[in-house]
Design a binder for this molecule. Structure first.
Ligand code: ADP
Ligand code: MG
Length: 345
């Protein structure tokens, strides 16, 4: 063990720790008037609107340190917040990070967590402007708040979908859930043993679970082709639950086509391995952090512009009275149910 790893939090103290974690942080945006170092940060969005979103991650509920590297955890904690900002069609600009730390954590571990946080901030051009730090009796807690900016007329809510709008999704679904199944299985198999799991060949689904990417590129592409979605949401709880949110808030129905739901080959292989239908993983799995959005028919041809991004049309919005259904490969209509992963279960 290096000397650095020996430093424990008690000897460093709260202010020493905050200083170690934040002393290198540089402010990038004019909208950040004051960052870390006073009683509160100051932001100035001039004539723009500000979006604000918070997520709370609790050890044992939202993550398992047995198989989650701290650098990945820091990165993911930022991504899940930025994903919510993008889902409003906004650009994230600032985050705050609050930590509850049990005293058994070493400085090196917290620095690793912060490395992931800082990499995510760099990639998405975000200022870290504050937070709070406290000891905890119950493991690690991370709460991140993200601020973003947007012109008033560009905000996209969940409530704007209209009958005949097309339902689109970015990337592919179910991978993060299958990655979680793999990690949980290997944890069970190797628990209490000195053996290590062999995870070779499972890279894609592991990355989907451990290192999700908030879809900045999709938001930029939509702006580039001049499409403002009529509604949008990020996929944190599974496709089914998110589609139902849009339908509920827009007072519409929908038809989703099973054979149009994008599922990666690696996701299907893992699903087969554990005897699961990959469509179920996509519908109910969650944590994919892709974007689900609706567009009006007139905008469809704008998507012919060449891009490496994968965006799929998976169904359409209907009148509310037509209900909310999945049309299966066998042409049966199955009512969509919100069985999304629920932290309260
Ligand atoms: P206060 O006593 O006013 O809560 P703190 O001593 O907790 O102030 O924080 C001092 C400064 O450090 C503030 O600017 C705060 O936002 C920032 N800060 C505290 N904890 C963190 C953290 N985990 N990450 C980033 N900034 C932090
Ligand atoms: Mg404080």
């Amino acid at each position: 063990m290096s000397e650095k790893k020996e430093v424990n939090l008690e000897s460093l103290g709260e202010f020493g720790l905050i200083d170690r974690l934040t002393s290198q942080i540089k402010i990038k945006h004019n909208s950040t008037v004051k960052g870390i170092g006073d009683d509160a940060a100051v932001v100035d969005y001039c004539n723009k609107q500000m979006v604000v979103t918070t997520d709370l991650l609790l050890q044992g509920i939202h993550f398992d340190l047995v198989y989650t590297p701290l650098r990945h955890l820091g990165y993911k904690a930022v991504m899940v917040n930025l994903s919510d900002v993008y889902a409003m069609n906004a650009k994230p600009k600032q985050i705050t990070v609050s930590l509850g730390l049990s005293s058994k954590f070493k400085l090196a571990s917290i620095e690793e967590l912060y490395e992931g946080i800082k990499i995510a901030c760099e990639l998405h051009d975000v200022d870290l402007i504050g937070g709070d730090t406290s000891t905890s009796l119950t493991g690690l807690t991370i709460s991140i708040t993200a601020l973003g900016e947007i012109d008033k007329e560009d905000v996209v809510y969940r409530s704007g979908a209209k009958p005949n709008d097309l339902i689109c999704v970015s990337g592919d679904l179910g991978g993060a859930y299958m990655g979680l199944q793999l990690l949980e299985r290997e944890k069970r198999v190797h628990e209490g043993k000195s053996t290590q799991p062999d995870l070779a060949g499972y890279d894609y689904i592991l990355e989907r679970q451990l290192k999700p990417e908030a879809r900045k590129d999709v938001i930029e592409f939509l702006a580039d082709i001049g499409v403002k979605p009529t509604s949008m949401i990020d996929i944190s709880d599974g496709l089914s639950s998110e589609v139902l949110h849009i339908c509920k808030q827009s007072q519409t129905g929908c038809r989703i086509y099973e054979n149009k739901i994008p599922i990666d080959h690696a996701t299907s292989l893992m699903a087969e391995e554990v005897n699961m239908n990959p469509t179920v993983a996509a519908l109910n799995g969650g944590e994919d952090y892709e974007l689900l959005f609706t567009i009006s028919m007139e905008d469809y041809e704008k998507f012919s512009k060449e891009t490496d991004l994968k965006i799929y049309t998976i169904g359409h919005i209907t009148e509310e009275s037509k209900g909310k259904y999945l049309v299966t490969g066998g042409d049966q209509e199955v009512e969509l149910q919100a069985q999304g992963w629920n932290a309260l279960n």
